[in-house]
Design a binder for this molecule. Sequence first.
Ligand SMILES: Nc1nc2c(c(=O)[nH]1)N=C([C@H](O)[C@H](O)COP(=O)(O)OP(=O)(O)OP(=O)(O)O)CN2
Length: 281
Amino acid sequence: MSLFVTQLTHIDVSLWCSKRGLVGCSWQVDAVLDGELGEDGMLFDFGEVKPWIKRTLDNGLDHTLLVPTQAPGVSVTECHEGLCVRTTTPYPMEVRGPKEAFSLLPWQTVEFDTVAEHLSQQLTQERPENVHRVTLRLSDEAIDGVAYGYTHGLKRHLGNCQRIAHGHRSRLHIFQQGVRQTMLEQQWAAWLDNRYLLEEADITSQDNDFLTCGYRAAQGDFSITLPHSLCAVLPGPTTVENIAAWLAKKVATQSGVTTRIQAFEGINKGAIAMFSPSAAI
Ligand SMILES: Nc1nc2c(c(=O)[nH]1)N=C([C@H](O)[C@H](O)COP(=O)(O)OP(=O)(O)OP(=O)(O)O)CN2
């Protein structure tokens, strides 16, 4: 007998790719459980399946930086913050933070299938008695329109969003005079894709080539150094509310037209902000 739960939860992570660099991801999680029925006629109560799997993911891989330790140019060492991950290709990057902010995976690349199998094995080991196997499937949200991935951290967040290198894959909707602006959406999503978003106050050093930002948060000390050209600096914390407001101002100022932005943070949630160029005068 098999039990399934589609779209059980989401995983928001960033992963390191030796071709694309830092990639922000939001994955939908579907689950299938194989096993025997208990006396209650159930394989496993839905009311327990969902919190069990979500809790395991939330306490593990979710909101971490996925590091394929066998990828070219990747090195991982211990440091006083916890772990230091360095990369060389396609660009040099250094991320430091507490160990729980990283998922070290002994592979050359991070792919849906291998991550899903890794999580399935973990859940299968921790399964209840009458469940024989747990199988997860991970997928990108199907998006009709543009999407972009970004990486960030929120130092004031008391949960795992404080981790300096976690990410999201998000839709972007831009409205002017009540109409979606698909050309602008394409331009801005392409500009934002695979960027690191940070708060100006967190910059600890910068020159023409590299930028370092760092902060102390509840889980420990974090820092990230990467090419300046891949960063977007916001005046405040990189919450989705501030991203929407910052983009609305940027697009409205550049186009000279009042602009409403619906910014998403991963799947099914986000913020809406509006800016009128006359407000800037
Ligand atoms: N109002 C806001 N709340 C939160 C923001 C934000 O920008 N505005 N941002 C975050 C974090 O960045 C976090 O990455 C969001 O992750 P999320 O998946 O929503 O958080 P949870 O894991 O707690 O939620 P799930 O139900 O497990 O998906 C947090 N809050």
